[in-house]
Design a protein around this ligand. Sequence first.
Ligand code: NAD
Ligand code: TDX
Length: 341
Amino acid sequence: MSKLLVTGGAGFIGSNFVRYVLDNTEHSVTVLDKLTYAANVASLDGLDAQRFSLVKGDVKDAQIVDQLVSEHDAVIHYAAESHNDNSLEDPRPFIETNVVGTYTLLEAVRRFGVRYHHISTDEVYGDLTLDGVERFTEATPYNPSSPYSSTKAASDMLVRAWARSFGISATISNCSNNYGPYQHVEKFIPRQITNILSGVRPKLYGAGENVRDWIHASDHSAAVLQILEHGRIGETYLIGADGQKSNREVIGFILKILGRDKDDFDLVADRPGHDLRYAIDYSKLRTELGWTPRFSDFESGLTRTIQWYESNAWWWSPQKEATETRYASQNTQIRESKTSS
Ligand code: NAD
Ligand code: TDX
C-alpha cells in the first residue's frame, strides 16, 4: 500500500484516476489542486475519507509542494491548464502551471527521492496528415503546434532532463483525446452534448474533418496505474485505444444517439493552427506491460457518456453559461486579429 499525491485531481482525468485507484487498489490518495475554473470538487463526492483527502494549493507553490511530496511515496502529475482554445487567447497561465509548476514538482521529487509519473499528451508530437495511416510512437520527434502543446512538450523535456541529470525515478505517458463523464463543458464532446441538451446547435470548427483518437478516461487511468506500478523507470509510454474519428463522425454519433437530424450542426470559424490528425501506436504498452483498453466500442462508451450528461445537469449547468461567454469573446478576438493582420 502506498501514499499517492495526485495533482489536478479535481479535474476531469485526475478525478477519474482517483476513483479508479480507490476502487481497484489499497493505496491512499491526496489530491493537490488549485481549484481553477476547470476543477469541480463535486467530481470527488462520496470518496472514502479514510483513504482520500483534498488540499487546495498551486503546484507552483514550492512550500506546499515540498511539504506534500515529502509525505508521499509517489506523485502522479495531472495538474495543467489543458484547453487549446484558452491557450490561444492567453498563454501565460499555461507557461506558469505547465512549465513552472512541473519544474517545482521535479525539484521536490529530486529533493525527497519520491517516484514521479508525468501525465502528458500526444499533442507534443504535432499532427499527422488527414488521409495518412501513420501513427505516433515513442520515437516520433516532438513538434508541438499550440501554446498548450508546446508547454506540455516543455514539461516532458524537463522530466527527461531531471531523470538524466539528477537520476529522479520518473516515467512519462502521452495519451490521446479522453472522453467520459465529468469532462468540462469547454471540451468538444461535452460542449456539443450540452449544447444539444440546452437547445443550441453543435459547433464544428472548419470543415469538421480533423481527426482525434478517442480513449475512455477509465482506460487512461488503468494504463497510468499499470505504468506507475510496473513501468520501467526512465521510459515513456504512449496510451491510446484505436479510436480515430473525424469530428464530423463524432457529431454524427451524438446527433443519432440524441435522436436529432444528422445535419443539425453549424460549421464555424476554424481554430488557428488546428492540428489535423492524431493517432497513437500503443504497441509498447501492450507488449511490455500487457495493457489493452476495455472500452473498445466508441459508440457504446459515447452513449453512456451522453446518458451521464443527461442525468447530471446539476454538475455541468453551473459552468455552461460562463464557458459559452468565454467562447463568444474568443471568437471576437480571433476575428479582430484576422481583420487587423
Ligand atoms: P482539466 O482541465 O479537466 O483539469 C486540470 C486540473 O488541474 C483542474 O482541477 C485544475 O484546477 C488543476 N490545476 C490547474 N492549474 C493548477 C495549478 N497551478 N496547481 C494545481 N492544480 C491546478 O484537465 P484534464 O483534461 O483532466 O487533463 C489532465 C491532464 O491530462 C493534463 O496534464 C493534460 O495535459 C493531460 N491530458 C489530457 C487529455 C484530454 O483529452 N483531456 C489527453 C491527454 C493528456
Ligand atoms: O466547439 C468545438 N468544436 C470543434 O470542432 C470544440 C471545443 C472543439 N472542436 C474540435 C477541435 C478538435 O479538432 O474538436 C476536436 C477536439 O477539441 P478539444 O476537445 O478542444 O480537444 P483537443 O484540442 O484535441 O485537445 C484535447 O486532447 C488532448 C485536450 O483538450 C487536451 O488537454 C489533450 O492534451
